[in-house]
Design a protein around this ligand. Sequence first.
Ligand SMILES: N[C@@H](CCC(=O)N[C@@H](CS)C(=O)NCC(=O)O)C(=O)O
Length: 101
Amino acid sequence: MIDLYYCGTPNGLKMTIFMAEAGLPHRIIPVDLGKGDQYKPEFLAISPNNKIPAMVDHAPVDGGEPIVLFESGAILVYLADKIDRFLPRDLRGRNQPQDLR
Ligand SMILES: N[C@@H](CCC(=O)N[C@@H](CS)C(=O)NCC(=O)O)C(=O)O
């Protein structure tokens, strides 16, 4: 299971859109930015820059200890890699714009 530390801001919504597209089971852990939840020690232990989104993957593909990540870009790359979708493996597919015509 993936714990997603979330608030309904654009950076939070990136995550829920990705989760829906990927069909990844996850649990939302609400972080109320208006109330200052992002400064609580338990959240800072996961996201030291006091920002959402952050996540804990309790079932990483290597079967090892949970993976803790913050920063939306890093999380998106991690999740795409985890499910082997949305992120081409080859150098040019991954780094050059695709012709979508
Ligand atoms: N570069 C970060 C930006 C994250 C970010 O700015 N998160 C905002 C909400 S959209 C936040 O948590 N702000 C709380 C704060 O700065 O106290 C990312 O892409 O994840």
